[in-house]
Design a protein around this ligand. Structure first.
Ligand code: GUN
Length: 284
């Protein structure tokens, strides 16, 4: 029997805690604020951004959305970010990725004030994460949400064999740092890796952030393995599916996050949590 790691339930719990923090700040007349920037009309990006805005408002976070056309120049985009850098109502700035090809993503990310970099993508914040500095800084929301979920299910990471599949700056790389900082033995596999099964079969925990349906199945895992599926893929019927195919009778998988209802809700709840944390950090 495969047991489900319920990201939806944990996200709800996390949102309740975040709401308590927001109510406490309100007593001092403080309202956390987030600004989300989106360029162009990619349907999936528009959907994610709307979900973030809706969740923020429902929790009582001040939320603004800036929607630019595909042909906005890099200079104009940076100008808009600069305004938000200086806007005292805004604690977190998120630029939805990917951006059109004429815009250099690093120039955009690095134009965000690192103290307002709610995505944790700025090189300064990524550096702090890898150095495991003992200070407060933002961390990429999907990896941070995965760590929260693992903690909620009391998954012991100390000395555990963990395989991360994917090395993107959004999920794979920050996750490597978080897992290392939690004393796991971490292996990272990617598109050039050979014999994936050799590694996954030995892993206590496998985290897949590939972005391809059916990348993994039950035969890839050792009995009782924990599996976190961070894939968000559309199948041929337009249905959201993860990277891992399995069913209730799968023999090896012990615990898994479903898609939808696993990592996705945790990412958005973590974004809300981090917006509020960054507001709190700016007031101490
Ligand atoms: N595109 C896909 N995931 C993300 C994310 O977590 N943050 C941003 N800004 N863009 C994304």
């Amino acid at each position: 029997m495969v047991e489900i790691i319920d990201g939806k339930k944990e996200a709800k719990h996390l949102n309740e805690i975040t709401k308590q923090h927001i109510e406490k700040l309100a007593k001092s007349g403080i309202v956390p604020g987030i600004a989300v920037i989106i360029v162009g009309h990619d349907q999936a990006s528009e959907r994610y951004v709307r979900m973030k805005d809706k969740k923020a408002r429902s929790l009582g976070i001040y939320s603004i959305m800036k929607h630019f056309e595909n042909d906005i120049s890099e200079t104009d985009l940076i100008k808009s970010i600069n305004e938000l850098n200086h806007d005292p109502k805004i604690n977190g700035i998120l630029v939805q990725l990917p951006l059109p090809s004429h815009i250099n993503e690093q120039n955009i990310i690095q134009s965000i004030d690192p103290k307002k970099d709610v995505d944790g993508f700025h090189p300064l914040n990524i550096g702090k994460l890898f150095l495991n500095l003992n200070e407060q800084f933002p961390v990429a929301c999907t990896p941070k949400g995965i760590m929260t979920l693992l903690a909620a299910y009391q998954v012991n990471l100390n000395g555990a064999n963990v395989v991360v599949i994917g090395r993107s700056p959004i999920v794979g790389k920050p996750l490597l740092a978080l897992l290392l900082n939690a004393n796991a033995s971490v292996t990272c596999l990617h598109s050039h890796s050979e014999n994936i099964t050799l590694h996954t079969k030995k892993a206590d925990l496998v985290i897949s952030a590939v972005g391809n349906a059916n990348t993994l199945n039950d035969n890839h895992f050792k009995p009782g393995a924990y599996v976190i599926d961070a894939g968000q893929n559309l199948d041929i019927n337009g249905k959201l599916v993860g990277d891992v195919s399995y069913d209730q009778n799968s023999k090896n998988i012990g615990f898994i996050t479903p898609v939808p209802g696993g990592v996705g809700p945790m990412t958005i709840a973590t974004l809300m949590q981090q917006t509020v944390e960054m507001c709190e950090w700016s007031h101490v």
